[in-house]
Design a binder for this molecule. Structure first.
Ligand code: UT7
Length: 332
């Protein structure tokens, strides 16, 4: 059997910084509330002319360069996103056209903030099945395009960004790469975090626009209660599928949604600060992009070493949750 090994990683965040103090001038909120309730100090916002596929392209180019792989050597593209450029065609198709003149099959994955985990799980399974040798997994979200800046309960949380990884087939003799994946979803919580209008249930109309139904709506307290259970479940289930224990985990890279949710997971497992990656302070919740952004930062800091067991865990709209367990390193 083969395994999918991460051979290249790249990320992108837009230049424009929106700080808590900027938000104070836009709505009835304050830095103290945002920092104490979420851990966020600032976030990045894409330009008006910068769409999800543009950020995906930047991150992909960096991941390909990091891998030393040309776009033409990619066999399949997954784009995890909740904010596609258009409902159709897919952002994966648009990204392919930017990356290469040769056709490459690809598809979008829409699984809330867990999209990165879902896409890696599916890419890894395709590689293990021998279907493809190299898969580009991209996570890109322009949440600012669906955030209601008149709703302080959600506006302060979200930011824009993208991340990408090149997965490559390797014989599993060295045990590098994706060791296990755990995916789950419970649609009974679908309405707790949703973009109500613009789909077939509630097509766009003057009424939906006037009622601000093209912005995301969230029942924050309910999602919070779900998250503090879903995160530990994701970590435990992923590790169990890899035949590992919490004590085997070198690094936890959690979805960066709220500092308090990350801290609750740390407490549950008695994890040392040094084993948990946090960068929510500077980017807010970038949805699918939050894990690759955190992973790239920790690598730049030199905290990500070959042979380490890295657990990535996320939760989000759906409701979805899941984890990926990786032994870091190219395995060559
Ligand atoms: O990746 C997507 C997943 N989403 C999440 O992970 C979100 C999960 N939920 C959360 O992170 C938290 O529920 C929030 C950060 C969204 C909210 O924190 P909270 O501690 O649950 O606050 P709350 O909603 O219970 O609101 C407490 C108070 C309310 O005022 P009253 O009713 O107590 O007077 C809110 O109106 O804080 C008020 N409030 C704010 N005040 C200042 C809500 N938003 C703000 C704000 N600035 N931005």
């Amino acid at each position: 059997m083969t395994r999918a090994v991460m051979v290249g990683l790249g990320t992108y965040v837009p230049e424009r910084v929106l700080s808590n103090h900027d938000l104070e001038r836009m709505m009835d909120t304050n830095d103290e509330w945002i920092v104490s309730r979420t851990g966020i100090r600032e976030r990045r916002l894409a330009r008006d002319d910068e769409a999800t596929s543009d950020m995906a392209f930047m991150a992909s180019e960096r991941a390909l360069k990091d891998a030393g792989v040309a776009a033409e050597e990619i066999d399949f593209i997954y784009v995890a996103t909740n904010t596609p450029d258009t409902v159709f065609p897919s952002t994966a198709a648009r990204l392919q056209a930017r990356l290469s003149d040769s056709p490459i099959p690809g598809v979008d994955v829409q699984a809330g903030c867990t999209g990165w985990i879902y896409a890696i799980g599916m890419a890894s399974a395709m590689i293990q099945a021998g279907l493809y040798r190299r898969v580009l997994v991209v996570a890109s979200d322009k949440l600012s395009s669906i955030t209601d800046y008149e709703d302080r309960s959600t506006a302060v949380l979200f930011g824009d960004g993208a991340g990408a990884v090149v997965l490559e087939a390797r014989p599993d003799t060295e045990e590098y790469g994706v060791l296990a994946t755990y995916l789950n979803a419970d649609g009974r919580g679908a309405e707790l975090l949703a973009l109500p209008a613009g789909g077939s249930r509630w097509p766009a109309s003057k009424d939906t626009v006037d009622s601000r139904l093209h912005f995301l709506k969230m029942s924050g307290n309910d999602v919070f209660r779900f998250a503090v259970k879903a995160m530990p479940d994701a970590v435990e289930q992923g590790l169990a599928r890899a035949g590992l224990r919490v004590s085997d985990m070198d690094l936890l890279v959690p979805h960066q949604a709220n500092q308090r949710i990350i801290d609750a997971a740390m407490r549950q497992f008695g994890l040392d600060e040094t084993k948990v990656v946090k960068n929510i302070e500077r980017y807010g919740n970038t949805s699918v992009a939050s894990i690759p952004l955190a992973l790239d930062e920790v690598r730049a800091e030199g905290r990500l070493q070959d042979g380490q067991v890295v657990v990535m865990a996320a939760f989000g709209a759906g409701l979805t949750w899941g984890s990926t367990v990786v032994r870091w390193g190219r395995g060559v």
